[in-house]
Design a protein around this ligand. Structure first.
Ligand code: EPZ
Length: 432
């Protein structure tokens, strides 16, 4: 496994292009298999999670073909409903979307339990509640088996605002007989994008983006060509990178409205953020930062997937900041131990972290403990004195296309080396 060697204290300057939204694409490529037809999905990021999901579909005899680096053709006319029980399924959280798609299309699904980033218990009880409300029988012991004679419209009130459950119930409901109403639905941009994609296939859903989604079941769906929205979390990660390095970066190809909670918190910390139609310019150089309080919430609140990256930034701002992780249990703070190895001063009590910002972090070897924690280690390394080595970067490859290139194109100095390769010793500064 490779590792990253980050030479810190180089302010980022310039522009960065954002790719398509990972968490929209994972739902959409699965949803494409609800139609016995061909779909073309554009603006797909080149990342491991997408390759994984496409491999799962191919294992079920779906034909997938890259038409160019960011466009995939999905032909599910030859799809076979066989048991999805592979390492790819067990290693990824989003494999749970197979449940909704197979149930919706074939009225039968047999899928191993999903995996994904390990930050605490991640149940799927709300998904199952929705499937049962639609008329399915669910047996979830060593493997998840779901069957239904027919699926009928229903009302589901989610006990927890859940992105996955909201999308999965939509996937199972679009071909059900009658109307399904999902209340307390998640409103994330990728929920809206999935609903828009389903409607482009002939589904009839209304209300996505609010907490009540109505889906009127239709007989059949057809293929569609669809471009996915930009990735809110990738964009936020580069905005925070500009902030933590005291840089001046224009993040392009994003939807400013999706970034509002992140923009607001960066501005509150003193950073300047200037908005254009599809870009945000973040100016942090020469600005004295202020500590802030963060509480993660379902959209449009501050996204939990930006919590680690923000924690790295706050750990470099003198004063006391507070981070309240209200979406997951305190387990999503596992990475804090790695930040403390770099000199961060953070106390964690259950789901609250008290950050006593330090004037500088010091480079050392740290581990990526999950996808967004890995991004946080890179941000901390960009700001730290000396060299930071980030190991276990398979997590970063799951969610960020060409992260090293994108940072180095803005003046960073990051090297990707094989884990057994000695760390390159440089006797001279990298040419800027
Ligand atoms: C999606 O996960 C994302 N993953 C996660 O992003 C993201 O952190 C999360 O939504 C919240 O925004 C994908 O879209 C593939 P949830 P998901 O169901 O659907 C609890 C990343 O970095 N819950 O909204 O699994 C759950 O335990 C990843 O890209 C139940 O209790 O999240 C959590 O506390 C990490 N029962 C809360 O709800 C359920 O049946 C929110 O989870 C489902 C969820």
């Amino acid at each position: 496994m490779d590792k990253l060697v980050i030479h810190g204290q180089r302010p980022l300057k310039g522009r960065v292009q954002i790719n398509g939204a990972k968490n929209a694409v994972l739902a959409i490529v699965a949803a494409a298999c609800l139609a016995d037809d061909v779909c073309i999905i554009e603006n797909i990021p080149k990342i491991a999670d997408i390759d994984n999901m496409l491999a799962i579909l191919r294992s079920m005899n779906v034909q997938t073909e890259y038409l160019d680096e960011h466009t995939v053709r999905i032909d599910s006319r030859t799809m076979v409903n066989c048991c999805a029980d592979s390492d790819e399924v067990r290693n990824m959280r989003a494999s749970y979307y197979l449940l909704g798609v197979l149930l919706g299309r074939f009225k039968y699904a047999r899928v191993s339990f999903p995996g994904g980033c390990d930050f605490g218990v991640r149940p799927i009880d709300q998904h199952i509640k929705g499937f049962e409300a639609l008329g399915a029988e669910v047996d979830a012991k060593s493997i998840i088996e779901i069957k239904a004679r027919e699926l009928h419209g229903t009302n589901v009130f989610l006990d927890v605002v859940s992105v996955g459950a909201t999308i999965n119930i939509m996937l199972a409901a679009v071909l059900a007989r009658g109307t399904t109403v999902i209340e307390n639905a998640a409103k994330e941009p990728h929920v809206v994008d999935t609903a828009s994609f389903l409607n482009s296939m002939g589904a009839d859903s209304k209300g996505a983006g609010t907490d009540v989604i109505r889906i009127r079941g239709v007989q059949k769906l057809h293929g569609s060509t669809y471009a996915v929205i930009p990735d809110q979390i990738e964009a936020g990660t580069y905005m925070v990178a500009a902030a933590i390095t005291g840089g001046d970066v224009t993040v392009e190809n994003l939807i400013p409205r999706h970034m509002e909670a992140i923009t607001a918190k960066l501005r509150e910390s003193g950073v300047k953020v200037y908005e254009k139609d599809d870009s945000l310019r973040v100016i942090s150089e020469g600005i004295r930062k202020k500590p802030v309080k963060i509480k993660t919430l379902p959209y449009p609140g501050f996204p939990t997937d930006m919590q680690p990256q923000m924690m790295a930034y706050l750990s470099t701002i003198p004063g006391t900041s507070i981070v309240n992780e209200s979406v997951y249990d305190g387990h999503r703070f596992r990475y804090v131990e790695q930040l403390k190895r770099m000199g961060a001063n953070i106390d964690v009590e259950s789901h609250i972290a008290i950050v006593d910002g330090v004037t500088e972090l010091v480079g050392t070897e740290v581990e990526a403990t999950d996808l967004r924690a890995g991004a946080a280690m890179v941000l901390a390394g960009l700001a730290a004195v000396g060299e930071t080595v980030v190991t276990n970067i398979k997590y970063i490859d799951r969610g960020y296309e060409r992260m090293v290139d994108k940072f180095n194109n803005m003046g960073a100095w990051i090297e990707r080396v094989h884990e057994n390769q000695p760390i390159p010793i440089h006797h001279r500064e990298r040419a800027v």
